[in-house]
Design a protein around this ligand. Structure first.
Ligand code: FAD
Ligand code: NAI
Length: 511
């Protein structure tokens, strides 16, 4: 009896393995061979979505595209998983691993979606027109046109803030897009190679190997941590000559870094950085940037201010967000937006105040939340749910109109009664659907990598809060970000990059 049982268990295991493989295989086949999509129905409303970032893509993910003629406009034909972008600056992760082509994603939607690789240059909210420009290197006969819309979602994100400080745009590198991460990676290597050039003076070596990061928000902190990791695990092994001089400095105007984290984690980060020999210069405000040094005003313990020159080889500028010109222009057109300073003021349904049929999500919208991916993603998902519901209720309204017509013209009492019953049913459904609750953000917590395989996390747990920092948090950080990656493909690529960096080390070539 026992033997037979074993044999059956064995067979069942095999069967489920084959079924599992078949399932995965079919999944891959389906991903690679998308079915034909129904074309947009011109009778439906045109919904134009600007941007392919966190806000817009989260909306598109949940949106039932059969309900509208959906048009997407963005200069970037991919979604970028920004939380892992700092890792791309030193090659812990390759940038393609955190990019998802928008074409593949849209091709799997239920109904076809139009995508134009272009920048929206102006929104005429009264005429309901968006002006778009093809800004890519290759242009056809037509590179400027306009798109009429019935509904518009603005999810164009933000620009890098420089506060008009001279020299920043010319000499500093930002960290927002894939190109930025590539430029930083190349500059780090260029500085190292140039520092070891024959007959280079000691002073010049010191300058070239001084890596300065301005802005102690999470972008600056995560980049400084990654850079220090790169130095410790790779650079100093392959280029031992730079060992003594390579140095990372983080400059922050406020009294401490990571202001959005709890005090305990700020202290932990500062302590870890000190051990890693990253210099933190708080209460230091950069005022001017030249090609070789920055000028910063620091406030000493006695409250005295002093201006100093800090020579650098690499300057990464991470001082937060500023409004895009498109957003500024829209604000200037709408009287109700005259007090908007940081972005488009929206109401609790994310409608841009003063403009009907225009919604805004993410970093370009101001709804009293921090400009984070977490907020943008929740806002996008909220709009998708609302639009899906709106479409359904419009469908019901149309059906109701049709039924009341039937009821009026019905020849028999029976037919009239039947129409009456159906109308009552539909009206009930409509009332239930119209009760859309306003957007409410649910904060899941803040997470940041701080280097040397340590991370900090402020996690919301039921009604309380857990603050933790260290190596266990680092594994939590890794698994959390891995699970949040856009697709299974991204997840596998990121995992392989991590293994690759661990086994072979990071690549120190410059391209
Ligand atoms: P974005 O994601 O920036 O997308 C904007 C989109 O609009 C892009 O596709 C862009 O190409 C497009 N666009 C720009 N101009 C136009 C135009 N004129 N017309 C049409 N399209 C246009 N947040 C977190 O919550 N957790 C993190 O760990 C985290 N890490 C980060 C790390 C880094 C290095 C950075 C830079 C940010 C990080 N953030 C993080 C913040 C997060 O990335 C942003 O809050 C989020 O990207 C905002 O989403 P969005 O959709 O508003 O804008
Ligand atoms: P930020 O706005 O959070 O921080 C910028 C810092 O630069 C501020 O602390 C500011 O005091 C400082 N600063 C400004 N001008 C300065 C000057 N002239 N000299 C010296 N310091 C100056 O910007 P960041 O880090 O780019 O983040 C942008 C948004 O993205 C934030 O909302 C952040 O929460 C989010 N983000 C979240 C991450 C995470 O959760 N892990 C990672 C990266 C970004």
């Amino acid at each position: 009896g026992g033997f037979r049982f074993l044999r059956w268990t064995w067979r069942l295991t095999w069967l489920s393995a084959i079924a599992g493989l078949g399932y995965v295989g079919y999944g891959i086949y389906e991903t690679r061979n998308p079915v034909d999509q129904p074309q947009p129905d011109p009778k439906k409303k045109t919904l134009v979505v600007l941007g392919t970032g966190w806000g817009s893509v989260s909306l598109l993910k949940k949106l039932d595209t059969e309900n509208y003629n959906v048009v997407v406009v963005s200069p970037r034909n991919y979604f970028l998983f920004t939380p892992l972008l700092p890792s791309c600056t030193v090659g812990t992760i390759e940038h393609r691993s955190i990019m998802e082509p928008i074409r593949n994603f849209l091709r799997h939607k239920k109904a076809a979606v139009k995508y134009y690789e272009a920048e929206a240059t102006k929104i005429d909210y009264e005429k309901r027109l968006v002006y778009i420009n093809d800004e890519s290197p290759i242009k056809g006969d037509v590179s400027q046109t306009q798109i009429p819309f019935d509904m518009l979602v603005v999810g164009v994100g933000a620009e890098n803030a420089t506060f008009g400080i001279p020299g920043v745009r010319e000499h500093g590198l930002f960290l927002k897009e894939v190109g930025d991460a590539q430029a930083i990676r190349n500059r780090i290597m260029d500085c190292c190679e140039t520092a070891t050039f024959k007959d280079q003076s000691e002073e010049e070596r010191q300058r070239l190997l001084h890596m300065v990061v301005v802005g102690g928000g999470p972008t600056g902190v995560e980049f400084a941590g990654e850079l220090q990791d790169f130095f410790h695990s790779d650079l100093k092994k392959w280029i031992p000559e730079i060992k003594e001089k390579f140095h990372v400095t983080l400059v922050e105007a406020l009294p401490n870094v990571l202001p959005m984290f709890s005090k305990q984690l700020i202290d932990y980060t500062e302590k870890t950085f000190a051990e890693e020999t990253i210099d933190i210069r708080t209460k230091t405000m950069v005022k001017n940037v030249t090609d070789k040094y920055i000028e910063a005003e620091s406030t000493g313990p006695d409250g005295k201010k002093q201006l100093e020159r800090i020579p650098y080889g690499l300057l990464v500028w991470a001082t937060g967000n500023a409004m895009r010109p498109l957003v500024k222009d829209l604000i200037n057109q709408i009287p109700a937006q005259k007090d908007s300073r940081r972005g488009l003021a929206v109401n609790e349904y994310l409608v841009v105040k003063g403009a009907d049929n225009v919604w805004a999500v993410g970093d370009c919208a101001v709804a009293n939340y921090a400009p984070t991916a977490q907020v943008a993603a929740q806002e996008g998902a909220f709009l998708a749910r609302m639009f899906n519901q709106m479409a359904k209720s419009e469908e019901i309204e149309a059906k109701l109109a049709e039924l009341s017509d039937v009821q009026e013209k019905a020849s028999s009492k029976e037919a009239r009664n039947q129409a009456f019953d159906e109308i009552k049913d539909l009206q009930k459904r409509l009332r239930r659907m119209k009760g859309v609750n306003p957007f409410e953000y649910s904060h899941q917590g803040s997470l940041a990598y701080i280097g040397s395989e340590k991370a900090v996390a402020d996690i919301s747990w039921f009604s309380g809060n857990i603050a933790s920092g260290g190596t266990i948090t680092y594994f939590f950080w890794r698994s959390a970000y891995l699970s949040m990656c856009f697709s299974t493909r991204n997840r596998i690529l990121v995992l392989m990059d991590w293994v690759k960096a661990k086994v072979f080390g990071r690549d120190v070539s410059r391209v």
